[in-house]
Design a protein around this ligand. Structure first.
Ligand SMILES: [Fe+2]
Length: 384
């Protein structure tokens, strides 16, 4: 096998380990465009650096769209594992390389970074992947996570070990818990446990369309804190979407924007056990909100056909088919990889979401999947 072919195989193997199968015909295509998120890319590059025991030219790589071909070309240039330029030739008496120190994702640079230097999660510039520093404490990490979430829309930290009490302490250290009007759980801890109980939607196993928390109950929620206590599910199942709604709104096609800005959306809540205090018939909710920090979209998209719904939504006064078409188009636009980060959970992941700057949703949990997320909801002090 040639060095080029070996390098392409190494790249596709590392992508496949994260669940991304890239066919040969797509080796020249932008990986982000193929649905590989930037966190996964950073993991793949880090693993390849470990495998080849070499430093890749990240600035050069990220100067143009990342493709299998471009990554493989860099790898081939540094040589097969163990024979990087500068290393003694195989068979030489000197040891080939110093003891290998594995790198971890936070040490790898990213295509787009905010001032703190954290890798972003979408091409639109949303999100931040924060390292858990050696010797870190929750007290020290908490403010860092909150700042990163509020600056970028969403902060991800991986590899934490939190029990329920520690999770609640972390939530309370980040802000004021929401004055709660939901029928289940508390603001500092609700278990999204993929319940098999009949009629459960939010805490059940089906998909949830993109939405903003607190919308249906008229409650201001600034931060959502999610922690994966248990997770074991097939690729594509039980994943969380976070959408950079501010960028999406700015760049939205006129036909969608006009409906949002000129029409009204109305809702019918069907999961009464979870939302016991809302009106029992259709009611209108303003499509935008501004609590003094940012003006943003205040809406949900629609549940897909054939699944148990927690609520229905429609454009007030619009023909039913046209309304459905609008929500399908809006949903597809908001899920574009440019704006939507798809998070494949691992136990120990902590995701802090700015609920004013993003929308979020999830894919269905698979029949055999286990998914227990702890969720907290916070409001922040009003800006002065
Ligand atoms: Fe939610």
């Amino acid at each position: 096998m040639s060095a080029d072919a070996r390098a392409r195989a190494a790249v596709t193997e590392e992508l496949a380990r994260l669940g991304f199968d890239v066919p040969e015909a797509a080796y020249g295509q932008d990986l982000i465009g193929l649905g590989v998120n930037s966190v996964a890319l950073v993991q793949v590059l880090s693993a390849l650096e470990d495998r080849y025991d070499a430093d890749l030219d990240m600035d050069g790589l990220f100067a143009a769209p990342l493709t299998v071909e471009r990554i493989a070309a860099q790898l081939a240039a540094v040589g097969p594992p163990g024979t990087a330029p500068g290393a003694p030739a195989p068979g030489a008496s000197e040891p080939a390389a110093p003891p290998h120190v594995p790198r971890h994702e936070p040490n790898v640079r990213s295509p787009v970074s905010d001032t703190a230097g954290y890798p972003h999660l979408t091409a639109s510039g949303m999100g931040a992947l924060l390292p858990w520093e050696p010797g870190d404490t929750l007290e020290a990490a908490g403010p860092r996570i909150r700042r990163a979430a509020m600056d970028s829309g969403c902060a991800l930290m991986r590899g934490l070990t939190l029990d329920e009490e520690q999770f609640k302490l972390l939530v309370r250290s980040l802000g004021t818990t929401v004055d709660h009007r939901f029928g289940e759980g508390q603001a500092d801890l609700l278990k999204l446990n993929a319940s098999r109980e009949e009629g459960k939607v939010v805490t059940g196993r089906g998909p949830l369309p993109l939405h903003t928390d607190g919308l249906l109950v008229g409650e201001r929620v600034d931060l959502i804190i999610l922690y994966a206590a248990e997770f074991s599910d097939a690729p594509g199942s039980g994943e969380t979407f976070v959408c950079d709604q501010l960028a999406a709104w700015r760049e939205m096609p006129e036909a969608l924007r006009r409906v949002i800005e000129e029409r009204e959306l109305e809702y019918l809540v069907t999961e009464r056990g979870y939302f016991p205090t809302v009106p029992e018939s259709w009611y209108t909710i303003p499509t935008t909100r501004d609590y003094g920090r940012v003006r943003s979209l205040n809406l949900t998209t629609a549940f897909p056909p054939g699944v148990l719904r927690s609520w229905d939504v429609r454009v007030k006064g619009m023909d039913g088919a046209a309304s459905e078409r609008f929500f399908a188009e809006l949903d597809a636009f908001l899920h574009a990889p440019r704006y939507a980060y798809t998070h494949r959970w691992e136990v120990g992941d902590l995701l802090v979401i700015d609920n004013q700057r993003t929308l979020h949703g999830r894919t269905a949990i698979s029949p055999g999947g286990t998914r227990v997320l702890y969720r907290g909801q916070l409001t922040l002090a009003q800006p002065a």
